[in-house]
Design a protein. Structure first.
Length: 220
C-alpha cells in the first residue's frame, strides 16, 4: 500500500475532469482578466511563440490562440494536459514544470502564469522566476497573477477525491521583488476584488513584467 501523501501533480491528476468542467468557461465572467490577456497579446503578437504556464484545461491557451498567438500550454499534471488536448484539439499542450522548463534560452516572446505559483513554497518561487527570465527573448513579457495575503489553505478532499495540497497566498511587493531579482522590470500592477459568486473569494494581484530589451543570457 502506498502511504505517501499525493504530490501536487497527483492531486491535479485526480481532479482533472472536474476541474475542467468548472473552469473551462471562467474567462466569460472575468472581464479584467480578458483585458489583461488582450493587452499581453497586443504587445507580443508577431514576435514569436508564447507559453501558458500552469495551463490547466487550456482555457487561457485557447484565448491567446484566438488572438493570433502561437502558444503552447504547459502543465504539471498529465491528466490536465489530456483534458486540454481533448477540449482544444489542434492546440499544443505538454506536461512540464515551471522549475525546469523544456524550452531553449530566449525562445519565447512572452508567457502567462495565472495562479501557477500558488503551490510553490517561497524559497522555490525565485527559481521559477529565473526560468521565466531564461526562456524569454530580450524584451519578452510576463503576465503573472496570484492570490493576495499571507494565508495558506489546505485541502484533504477536492470534489470527492482525497488530496493533500496547499494553496499559498503572496504579498504583491514580495512577488515584485522576486521578479526584479530574476532581472525583470515591473511594467504594471493591478489588484482586484473577487468576482463573487463565480470564484473563490480572495483578492487577486496581476503583474506585467518585462525582460530588458538589452538583456543578454540568463541571470545565473
Amino acid at each position: 500500500m502506498n502511504l505517501q501523501p499525493p504530490t501536487v501533480q497527483t492531486c491535479y491528476d485526480r481532479v482533472a475532469a472536474e476541474y475542467a468542467a468548472h473552469y473551462l468557461g471562467e474567462l466569460a465572467y472575468k472581464p479584467l482578466d480578458r483585458a489583461l490577456l488582450d493587452c499581453f497579446a497586443e504587445q507580443v503578437r508577431g514576435r514569436g511563440p508564447v507559453g501558458d504556464i500552469g495551463c490547466g484545461p487550456g482555457q487561457v491557451t485557447r484565448y491567446l490562440h484566438e488572438r493570433g498567438l502561437p502558444v503552447v500550454g504547459i502543465d504539471l499534471s498529465p491528466e490536465m494536459v489530456a483534458q486540454a488536448r481533448q477540449h482544444h484539439p489542434g492546440l499544443t499542450f505538454r506536461q512540464g514544470t515551471m522549475l525546469d522548463l523544456d524550452v531553449e534560452d530566449g525562445a519565447w516572446a512572452g508567457l502567462v502564469s495565472l495562479y501557477s505559483i500558488i503551490h510553490l513554497e517561497h524559497d522555490l518561487v525565485p527559481r521559477a522566476m529565473a526560468e521565466f527570465y531564461r526562456v524569454l527573448q530580450p524584451g519578452g513579457l510576463v503576465l503573472l497573477s496570484c492570490h493576495l495575503g499571507q494565508e495558506r489553505r489546505h485541502l484533504d478532499e477536492w470534489w470527492g477525491h482525497p488530496v493533500d495540497i496547499d494553496f499559498l497566498f503572496f504579498e504583491r511587493p514580495t512577488v515584485e521583488g522576486w521578479l526584479r531579482g530574476a532581472g525583470f522590470t515591473i511594467q504594471a500592477r493591478i489588484e482586484r476584488e473577487p468576482y463573487v459568486p463565480n470564484e473563490v473569494a480572495t483578492q487577486r494581484a496581476y503583474l506585467l513584467a518585462r525582460k530588458p530589451p538589452d538583456a543578454g543570457g540568463d541571470q545565473t
